[in-house]
Design a protein around this ligand. Structure first.
Ligand SMILES: *Cc1c(COP(=O)(O)O)cnc(C)c1O
Length: 397
């Protein structure tokens, strides 16, 4: 493994894949794995969805890239759809989640700058957050483990405990520009943020002239059973980042904002060479249309309930291995009592893929169009993995 020509930044599982079909991922040596990892909440519609394949192929034969020096009608189309379905008036397209968050940070600071408050540059974030790996989004993430050795953390970020209104109020100062929060912390362990806390944050922003940023890179595009996670709470942000599922596996991201919040983002203030190129937009428009088709999100909600009910019975029969079930839609976390890494390894032995998260949680991220039969199969394999862990433990002690 050490002879890999790649950076050693990832602890990769010893599996390589050749192709995928829906919820199945097939390894180079022919193993059919049930993919409840979803490429970390990216494959909203599973692998090789025929409509996405067709959209990408058709675009590939027409036009790949022209840059944002020119009009890109497919961008206008997807932006209009996103605006029509959310709080937002405007969209900026980029290439990743971290870039979407960067754009959100810049948009908030520019808003304060053009509103006569150039001193307001600081952004408040929350413990357990994950906002990306660029220098600014790392500083926003605030995790010392990720920051170590990379020199001075980008300035202008303050972090408070999640859900702590008093600490949040105390952290707001004359230099505060915005508050940024994930409606559900995905990487942090599928930690739900209470609706009441989001309402409190919104009220504090309004009271102090701050902008509210929701980082919905993971929770957006149907992942929680609504188009965006914030729509469960009824609290709308001023700025929002999106990525992961937005391209169904084609990499791109978006920053959404109200007209007011985006008023500082005038020509020349921000840019991207690749952002929103025709290939990305062809797929993004198709993903959006499928997810927003009549009844699709209701089905996600129904199947989410089914998955949670099935998992609850697994938890009942393995009380020494797993505990609480968390999350919404197809962003489900199972808090483990045994090490989550052991559970992930054991599920892999059952040809099931899932993802670790903070707080010793295992994330299940099936595609939004997963069937009940596939959920049954996934839960069966999860159950078998726990049984195997317990058997190994019994044999060893
Ligand atoms: C994954 C994630 C990011 C970073 O996205 P990248 O595409 O990896 O840069 C940012 N915020 C949240 C909430 C995420 O889950």
């Amino acid at each position: 493994m050490n002879r890999s020509p790649l950076f050693e930044t990832f602890a990769r599982a010893p599996l390589a894949f050749e192709r995928g079909e829906g919820v199945w991922a097939i390894t180079t040596d022919g193993r059919r794995m049930l993919d409840f990892s979803g490429g970390v909440a990216v494959n909203a519609l599973g692998h090789a969805h025929p409509q996405l394949v067709e959209a990408l192929k058709a675009q590939a034969e027409k036009l790949w890239h022209v840059s944002n020096l020119f009009q890109i009608p497919e961008q206008e189309a997807l932006a209009a759809k996103l605006v029509g379905a959310t709080f937002a008036d405007k969209v900026f397209f980029c290439n990743s989640g971290a870039e979407a968050v960067e754009c959100a940070i810049k948009t908030a600071r520019r808003y304060q700058f053009v509103s006569g408050h150039p001193e307001r540059v600081r952004i408040i974030t929350f413990s357990g957050a994950f906002h990306g790996r660029t220098l600014a989004t790392l500083a926003a993430t605030g995790n010392p483990k990720y920051l170590e050795g990379f020199g001075p953390a980008a300035g202008g970020f303050d972090q408070v405990p999640l859900g702590d209104k008093k600490a949040l109020e105390a952290a707001i100062g004359p230099e505060t520009a915005a508050i940024m929060v994930e409606p559900i912390q995905g990487e942090g362990g599928v930690r739900l943020v209470e609706g009441q806390f989001l309402r409190d944050v919104r009220a504090l922003c309004d009271e102090h002239g701050l902008l509210l940023i929701f980082d919905e890179v993971q929770t957006g595009i149907g992942r929680t059973g609504r188009l965006f996670g914030y729509q469960w709470s009824g609290v709308a942000p001023d700025i929002m980042s999106s990525a992961k599922g937005i391209g169904g596996g084609f990499p791109f991201g978006a920053c959404l904002a109200t007209d007011e919040a985006a008023k500082g983002m005038t020509p020349g203030t921000h840019g991207s060479t690749f952002g929103g190129n025709p290939l990305a937009m062809a797929v993004g428009n198709t993903v959006f249309d499928i997810i927003m088709a009549d009844g699709f999100l209701e089905e996600v909600q129904r199947k989410s309930l089914y998955l949670k009910q099935r998992l609850a019975s697994v938890v009942d029969s393995h009380p020494d291995s797993v505990g609480e079930i968390r999350g919404e839609g197809m962003l489900i976390g199972v808090r483990c009592i045994v090490p989550a890494g052991d559970v992930i390894a054991a599920t892999r032995d059952q040809d099931l893929m899932c993802v670790a998260a903070g707080e010793n949680v295992v994330r299940l991220l099936p595609p939004l169009n997963v069937t009940e039969a596939e959920i049954d199969e996934g839960v069966k394999r999860f159950d078998a993995a726990l049984t195997a862990i317990e058997a190994a433990k019994a044999a060893g002690s």
